[in-house]
Design a protein around this ligand. Structure first.
Ligand code: GLN
Length: 543
């Protein structure tokens, strides 16, 4: 394996006790603090799943599939990473076990191992390490989060890979941060450290001595707890950061900064100490925590209601647009499938429900369930002039809604009926030709040219934009000449492929929908223009 000769510093973040502790937020926050000190920082997520990427994972269980500019379908933690360091990551930042295994097996088939026995150690671990090196090119600090919980059978090869890697790059070039949980026992009103101690022991048993502990808890732990944890885990007192639940995830970098952990990181990595520039970030946190006088209510007509993570980037984009405009926002998820039927009563119920909201959002989605409900919601937004934001599937539903409102009741999409006569949304031949499911959609960045004097033009303030995609369907160009009669127009296209990228309603306070996913490029400190303008429209419409 080619060890990087450049002095890249590596930080590995593992987790113990239980999953869902916020390892991703911890890794992102540390990256944020290092970036605020001027370092070139990159983040990477290693996931133990045997899937090659996150594109085939169920969003109900795993949350949103985040798409990078180069079209990688990744874990939602990459969304946190991008938002916390305000950077655009690439496919090298997302490594699933299946991807590494596939590479090893392909190499074996190609004869690259020259007769060796191909083994977990050293071949798979070396392949994992190659991904660390690959991703770190051009950066000063590479932070790698290892998914899962230490001790899980399936993450063992990643743990072994980071152990070996630490030896290869040497002390001072690598450090290990372990995120643990401190449960609170209400009966005795105390915070317990035993599970955290055990988890550190487990990590040591695998050959890794953590340099830093980040201890998560529901309630604020006190100094005694920290001392106890230090004593029993052998981690120095000043290398332990306490992280109680935060009112907003964006506060975590500030809490970690106050804990002095960034200083410890720099010390251990033999990097120069400096003061971070956190002015803008503090402003974000202040706004995120402020209770504003005005509250907007948004109906998000969606499919998965039991896991908000499914729409994580959309929710974050809406929230940051709200702070930016100094309003609060209540986002209610409405189950589109409750309104799939076509009878009048269902339509009436949906209208009754949607009337209570300032705006309607239809986010991305796949599969048949809920499509009819989403079309009806878009029809209602059009006819009642309720501000509407459509994201990917939300555009497809909007065009069908416009066609149906104008009398073309047979208007539909390939997903509902791929034999239908009036398929307003179709798949292009290149999609039809694809036999496999994984990684075959229109993915990642595509250019879009915005039409002059449109709402989209006012929103973006420019003509040429680049946005990220993840879909199979497209507007059927056969129907474009009817759009005007349907009360909508195309306001952005991809010239190269002649594909519709943005549509809007002609006579409406705000009805804008994109075939791409603008939410992936929104930032807590810089809401995406589509979300920002949408929130502004909601405010204006409410007065
Ligand atoms: N299911 C639709 C398609 O594949 C929309 C996808 C999405 O919303 N990301 O075209």
């Amino acid at each position: 394996m080619a060890i990087n000769t450049k002095p890249v510093k590596y930080i590995f973040v593992t987790g113990g006790v239980l999953s869902g502790l916020g390892k991703g937020i911890t890794a992102s926050s540390i990256a944020n603090l290092l970036k605020a000190r001027g370092f070139k920082v990159n983040l990477q997520k290693c996931d133990p799943y045997l899937n090659v990427d996150a594109g085939t994972l169920n969003p109900r269980e795993h949350g949103e599939c985040f798409v990078t500019k180069d079209g990688a379908e990744t874990d939602l933690d990459l969304g946190h990473y991008e938002r916390f360091i305000d950077a655009e990551l690439t496919n090298t930042s997302s490594v699933m076990a299946g991807r590494v295994l596939l590479k090893v097996i392909q190499d074996e088939r190609a004869g690259k191992y020259q007769g060796e026995d191909v083994q977990i150690i050293p071949h798979l671990t070396a392949a994992i390490q190659n991904y660390f090196v690959l991703a770190s090119e051009g950066f000063e600090i590479q932070i790698v989060e290892i998914g899962g919980t230490v001790g899980d059978y399936e993450s063992l090869s990643f743990i072994e890979a980071i152990r070996e890697f630490g030896i290869k790059v040497g002390k001072g070039n690598c450090l290990y941060i372990h995120v643990v949980y401190l449960p609170y026992l209400s009966a005795s009103e105390e915070i317990k450290t035993k599970p955290a101690q055990n988890s550190v022991r487990e990590l040591r048993g695998l050959g890794i001595v953590p340099d830093i502990l980040v201890a998560r808890s529901e309630k604020k732990a006190n100094h005694n707890i920290k001392q106890k944890l230090s004593l029993f885990s052998g981690v120095e007192l000043d290398s332990i950061a306490l992280l109680p639940n935060a009112p907003t995830i964006y506060e975590v970098p500030l809490t970690l900064e106050d804990s002095g952990i960034a200083r410890v990181v720099l010390d251990k990595l033999q990097l120069k100490q400096s003061t971070p520039d956190l002015v803008e970030w503090k402003d974000v946190v202040k706004k995120a925590k402020t209770k504003f006088t005005k509250t907007l209510s948004i109906a998000m007509v969606a499919k998965y209601l039991d896991n908000c993570d499914t729409y994580l980037s959309v929710l974050e984009a809406l929230k940051s647009a709200a702070w930016h405009n100094e309003v609060d926002v209540n986002i209610n998820l409405i189950d589109a499938s409750d309104y799939d039927g076509r009878d009048d009563k269902i339509v009436k119920n949906l209208h009754k429900n949607l009337m209570n909201y300032d705006g309607i959002v239809v986010p991305g989605g796949f599969g048949i369930r809920g499509l009819e409900g989403k079309i009806k919601a878009a029809q209602f937004a059009l006819s009642q002039k309720i501000p509407y934001l459509g994201l990917c599937l939300g555009l497809q539903m909007a065009v069908i809604a416009a066609a149906r409102n104008a009398g073309l009741s047979s208007a539909t999409t390939f997903e509902l009926d791929d034999q239908a006569k009036d398929q307003i949304i179709i798949t292009m031949q290149d999609q039809k030709d694809k036999a496999m499911t994984g990684g075959t959609m229109r993915l990642g960045n595509y250019d879009c040219k915005i039409t002059d004097n449109t709402l989209a033009h006012r929103v973006y303030g420019k003509i040429n934009i680049v946005e990220r995609h993840r879909h199979r369907g497209e507007c059927n160009n056969k129907y474009l000449k009817q759009y005007k009669d349907w009360g909508i127009k195309v306001s952005g296209i991809n010239e190269e492929r002649n594909l519709v990228e943005l549509i809007e309603a002609i006579d409406h306070p705000f009805f804008l929908a994109s075939q791409f996913h603008p939410e992936f490029k929104s930032r807590p400190n810089r809401p995406h223009p589509m979300f920002d303008s949408y929130v502004k429209a909601l405010i204006n419409n409410k007065i």
